[in-house]
Design a binder for this molecule. Structure first.
Ligand SMILES: [Zn+2]
Length: 362
């Protein structure tokens, strides 16, 4: 599809067109980048995860403001067909012509909770789900909707969103750490996602932090995700509490007698309230997350590390001991200027990330 067909007007270059103007993506009501200029229209963001817990579609304007959004979480691990059918229904609802008063949808962005080859637009693996290996999602959606589509890993998308709209505005070298059911990482360098050679950069959930440690979702042992993900924290808490009646009682109290539903945030709360088992688990999370981040800090020398996802909902209960741990572990020259902060977009980072992907180069 040509730029004109897509409703875009071609302009020569940013320098020629807006010489001397701000290089910000927004100038008044227009968004300008190096290649294209669009004054009217919308973008659509899609978030999908293999666990089924996060499936949403959002319609946004060209400033990135979400105008309409639908969430359809699934309770079970879905197959490819179920997810694609669900996406079809959500897209039809979000892209209802009555909502599109200001033009057409110019691009679709997808934040995928799995390994993504962003160069080819292919989902390599969708974690916790089957039938997605090497699925060409970008081409599939582009052809189905007749709208250009861009896909990327959800942590990469979240990282970009935090840099453009959230806690990382203006930062040059940023790591976003998504502490969700799994652990993902996204690196943004000079405003662009750093993908690495085979689009696997930022897969920090699989950093080895504890030899002979617990088993990871990838099959190996001692990876960060097996210790510090939301799922690992909840599982470890439930598993260890069996031998400690007082801890079991505390879990029952904080979860309203639904121990199996305990969240990572609640484990942090129990630790703060003095429960020794929760304190041991939180201690491990801070220690091993600290080791992983200290190694990254020495390699990348970032200006900011942003924490997002469910575990980051623990807020200062995670942030303050982690900052102290990193001060202990890092050379001062590497850590003195790095700010460890909570993401501003919270658990919305992935869907805002999908919208941000769609807005790139518009
Ligand atoms: Zn792993």
């Amino acid at each position: 599809m040509s730029a004109q067909q897509a409703g875009l007007r071609e302009v020569p270059t940013l320098v020629e067109t807006v010489a001397g103007a701000s290089t910000s993506a927004q100038t008044g009501t227009q968004r300008i980048t190096g290649k294209l200029l669009a004054t009217h229209g919308y973008v659509v963001g899609i978030e999908i995860s293999g666990s089924g817990a996060r499936q949403s579609v959002a319609l946004a304007d060209l400033n990135g403001s979400i105008l309409h959004r639908i969430r359809r979480p699934l309770e079970y691990v879905p197959d490819t067909k179920t997810v694609l059918q669900l996406l079809d229904e959500m897209l039809a609802e979000v892209m209802n012509p009555q909502r599109l008063q200001d033009g057409r949808v110019l691009r679709v962005g997808v934040a995928v909770g799995g390994l993504v080859d962003a160069t080819r637009g292919v989902v390599r693996t969708l974690h916790h789900a089957y039938g997605w290996d090497d699925f060409p999602l970008q081409d599939y959606l582009t052809e189905r909707l007749n709208i250009p589509c861009i896909i990327d890993n959800n942590a990469n998308a979240a990282a970009l969103a935090e840099v453009q709209y959230g806690a990382g505005i203006g930062e040059r070298i940023v790591l976003y750490v998504g502490l969700g059911r799994g652990i993902g990482g996204g690196l943004v360098v000079n405003g662009k996602i750093y993908h690495g050679t085979t689009c696997s950069a930022g897969e920090i959930g699989h950093l080895l932090v504890k030899e002979h440690g617990p088993k990871c979702s990838c099959g190996n042992f001692g990876h960060l995700e097996a210790i510090a993900s939301a799922q690992a924290i909840s599982r470890t808490m439930i598993g260890l509490s069996v031998e400690y009646p007082e801890t079991e009682e505390a879990i029952s109290r904080i979860t309203g007698a639904r121990a199996e539903s305990i969240t990572a945030e609640q484990v942090f709360q129990l630790a703060a309230d003095g429960d020794p088992i929760a304190q041991r688990i939180v201690g491990d999370v801070v220690n091993y997350l600290g080791i992983a981040l200290a190694n990254i800090i020495h390699l990348m020398n970032p200006s900011m590390i942003m924490l997002g996802g469910q575990v980051a909902q623990a807020g200062d209960l995670l942030l303050i001991p982690l900052q102290a741990r990193l001060r202990d572990l890092c050379l001062p020259v590497a850590s003195q200027d790095v700010r460890i902060v909570l993401g501003k977009l919270g658990t919305e980072a992935n869907i805002v990330g999908a919208v941000t992907l769609a807005l790139q180069d518009i």
